[in-house]
Write a protein that binds this ligand. Structure first.
Ligand SMILES: NC(=O)c1ccc[n+]([C@@H]2O[C@H](COP(=O)([O-])OP(=O)(O)OC[C@H]3O[C@@H](n4cnc5c(N)ncnc54)[C@H](O)[C@@H]3O)[C@@H](O)[C@H]2O)c1
Length: 456
């Protein structure tokens, strides 16, 4: 069997490599000629554990190839997956130009009776739009199905091979059968493959990401309240998570969520609701809470230095939006660094995978360091943003001897506050009663009037 994958990014490369590993012939198409050249040499332009090994072994075995040519890439394919980016537009909606451009090429070059599987995250109704676009080109033979992807960067290969479920949106029994046979090549038999209509499959992806984002904003809100009432969010979360109705996943307080999915997907869902004259007030709060939370680490540091950061040097550990990836899209670290530089501070940053991005995105005043200890040398404080394994148990004596001022701002609640304070550090995390707590004092007018709410 032969398939095409359109878009050789995080999703397309993982999908293509895993399918090739299962014995399918895979041709990956990308409009980025430079990327195609690198990939054909076995060079993977992104950091994803296990991906390079999988890709190179299948490239050497001839099971996967890369091209910028649609006619070549689509030749002989029974299924073509669309895995191009769907970045946010100014109004929060999803930019579908890549998906539509890919569909136009498919209309021109695909063989008869292709199944076109939309893997990109797309608003409800996109499959219908693509179907119409193909019909306008006379291609009613192509079956458009939805097949949203749920993998997480940093463990994408593992997630793709061992998902919790596979979702297929189609009304065609034949297309559903073909897709199931593709996935069953590698899926464990107990993994459900759920077939539903296009709209429900498209919505499942947004609803899942919006729910996870909601849990994060929820626990961050609880952590912020904990700071005001001297409760300890670690204990609260431990006890909440033990409730099987709640569970402990995605209940980690910190400096907010980032990445290429949660922020854009929550906004796209709000935009989709607005477009249908429904005000998604819960999701708007989730989004706004996260924007505020991403600023809080910087605000905590500024408050600690009595509001003025001019002339301060801050060491930052972590640039990627999470560990085990080089993806910096919407990373809380970018928000923090912009905030610090905007307040007149300078920054020394270290990240194990994404430092090559520093010259592209930062102004003067931000230095990329070769290791995590260089980033704290002569700094006034350390801020930890990304929970990479190597940041979890550093040599604290060394950190203390390098810092000009022993202050640690823990953006992911990675450390034991008592341990750090016993060693002479000033410490602040999120929702923890110990350590140096900074509680911004709000005006009465900033507070939510619960009396008004109860009176309806
Ligand atoms: N990254 C994730 O963790 C993740 C998880 C689940 C779903 N998704 C969704 O999957 C989609 C892809 O995400 P990604 O992170 O892999 O994106 P990405 O930005 O890493 O990669 C997209 C690739 O598509 C290529 N491309 C763009 N337009 C093209 C076109 N017309 N023809 C051929 N190639 C084209 C780009 O050059 C790029 O290499 C998005 O909709 C995203 O929301 C992403």
């Amino acid at each position: 069997m032969r398939i095409s994958v359109i878009g050789a990014g995080y999703v397309g490369l993982v999908l293509g490599s895993c399918m090739a590993e299962s014995g399918v012939d895979v041709e990956l198409i990308d409009i980025d000629h430079g990327r195609v050249r690198l990939l054909n040499k076995g060079m993977v332009p992104l950091h994803e554990p296990g991906l390079k090994e999988l890709l190179v072994s299948n490239l050497e075995a001839g099971g996967i190839a890369f091209t910028a040519s649609y006619p070549k890439g689509l030749r002989g394919a029974q299924v073509a997956f669309v895995a191009v980016g769907t970045p946010p537009l100014q109004d929060g909606g999803a930019d579908l130009s890549g998906v539509k451009a890919a569909a136009a090429e498919v209309a021109r070059y695909a063989a008869a009776d292709l199944v076109l599987a939309i893997k990109s995250t797309v608003p409800v109704g996109t499959a219908s739009q693509v179907r119409q676009l193909l019909a306008d080109e006379g291609r009613t033979d192509i079956e458009v199905i939805s097949n949203p992807e749920f993998l997480r960067e940093g463990r994408a290969v593992e997630d793709f091979l061992h998902p919790d479920r596979v979702v297929i949106g189609t009304n065609s029994a034949e297309a559903a059968r073909l897709m199931k046979s593709l996935y069953r090549r590698f899926l464990d038999s107990d993994i459900p493959v759920m077939v539903m209509d296009n709209a429900s499959a498209e919505m499942t992806k947004y609803a899942s990401n919006a729910f996870l984002a909601t849990r994060i904003s929820f626990v961050n809100e609880i952590a912020n309240i904990c700071e005001h009432v001297e409760a300890n969010v670690d204990d609260v979360v431990r006890a909440m998570g033990a409730d099987r109705r709640i569970g402990s996943h995605y209940l980690y307080p910190g400096c907010g969520y980032g990445g290429s999915c949660f922020p854009k997907d929550v906004q796209a869902l709000i935009n989709m609701a607005n477009g249908n004259r429904y005000a998604a007030s819960l999701l708007s709060s989730v989004h706004q809470t996260n924007i505020n939370q991403k600023r809080r680490l910087g605000e905590k540091i500024a408050d600690y230095f009595a509001g003025t950061l001019r002339g301060r040097m801050i060491g930052v550990w972590g640039l990627s939006f999470k560990e085990n990836t080089d993806d910096v899209r919407e990373s809380p670290s970018l928000t923090l660094i912009d905030y610090l530089v905007g307040k007149g501070a300078r920054v020394q940053v270290f990240d194990p995978a994404s430092l090559h991005r520093v010259p592209d995105i930062f102004p003067d005043g931000v230095t990329a360091c070769r290791d995590q200890y260089d980033a704290v040398r002569d700094a006034d404080a350390l801020a930890v943003v990304t929970p990479w394994e190597q940041f979890r148990s550093p040599d604290w004596e060394r950190v203390k001897s390098l810092l000009k001022h022993p202050a640690v701002f823990d953006g992911r609640n990675l450390y034991d506050p008592d341990q750090l304070m016993d060693m002479g550090f000033a410490y602040d995390g999120f929702g923890r009663p110990n350590g140096h707590q900074i509680r911004p004092v709000l005006q009465d007018s900033d507070l939510v009037d619960t009396q008004l709410i109860t009176q309806g």
